[in-house]
Design a protein around this ligand. Structure first.
Ligand code: KIV
Length: 271
């Protein structure tokens, strides 16, 4: 029997047990009640209320503009659709980088105002003091290394990270520091599969990959990408499971025709 099927509610400890049993962790983003409800009922292990909401929900080019209040709105909506899975909320850009006190206050707001189970923040050594302080206050923290979109203007591109040895070495060290600080999992974004394998094998806590290959302990995808809502984004790591954009477009076209031709509503669709 899989660890996942035995349990009524997924916790951070469930994820650790899944790693120990070699059972992969499934994670997907969601930003609202309805989709969170579908994904939870489908059996997903973790929902990430990602700051990718800035891109896919608000239409911004980067994740930088989304505010803490907006993240709290999305997370509080998503959590109302969930019975079983673990819900992790991204701390948005500017809500934790200044100092560890500000980070703690932001984490408290997320936990108190959304009912979520954990937070995620980007970075390693630079944010370690904040990570330790948040965990000491009882809030589970997921790390995020590799391509960290909140630093896009520092990197300059969304290309694969840590291909050079110096950056790979920093990532190895950051992963260890985050584990020692008490993080329950780490997202590895867009790094070579060999490095993700090495890091995953060196840690006791699970790694969740996006564009980091098959040896991570779990995988995460942005729902708009994997459901084909956003069809312009086609990176090599993405598997698109549905073309919801086409289905929705055709359905709305049909509805428009039905309204214009007076076919809708019929006698059975009125009172
Ligand atoms: O915001 C997000 O969706 C993320 C995932 C890409 C891991 O951080």
């Amino acid at each position: 029997m899989s660890v996942n099927k035995e349990i009524k509610k997924v916790t951070t400890h469930t994820l650790q047990r899944m790693k120990q049993h070699g059972e992969k962790i499934s994670m997907i983003t969601a930003y609202d009640f309805s989709f969170a409800k579908i994904f939870d009922a489908a059996g997903i292990d973790v929902i990430l209320v990602g700051d990718s909401a800035s891109n896919v929900m608000a239409g911004h080019e980067t994740t930088l503009p989304i505010t803490l209040d907006q993240m709290i709105y999305h997370a509080a909506s998503a959590i109302r659709g969930v019975n079983r899975c673990l819900v992790v909320v991204d701390m948005p850009f500017g809500s934790y980088q200044s100092n560890s006190k500000e980070a703690l206050v932001s984490a408290f707001r997320i936990m108190k105002e959304t009912g979520a189970h954990a937070i995620k923040l980007e970075g390693g050594e630079e944010v370690l003091e904040s990570v330790k302080r948040i965990i000491a206050a009882g809030v589970p923290v997921m790390g995020h290394l590799g391509l960290t979109p909140q630093s896009i203007y520092k990197f300059g591109t969304y290309n694969v990270r840590a291909k050079e040895e110096a950056e790979a070495d920093k990532l190895r060290k950051d992963a260890k520091l985050l584990e020692e600080a008490g993080c329950f999992a780490i997202v590895l974004e867009k790094i070579p599969a060999t490095l993700a394998k090495e890091v995953s094998e060196s840690l006791h806590i699970p790694t969740i990959g996006i564009g980091a290959g098959k040896f991570c302990d779990g995988q995460v995808l942005v729902m708009h990408d994997m459901l084909g809502i956003n069809t312009e984004f086609k990176p090599r790591f993405l598997r698109q499971y549905l073309n919801l954009n086409e289905l929705a477009t055709n359905s709305v076209k049909q509805y428009i025709n039905d309204v214009k031709s007076n076919d809708f509503p019929s006698e059975h669709e009125q009172y």
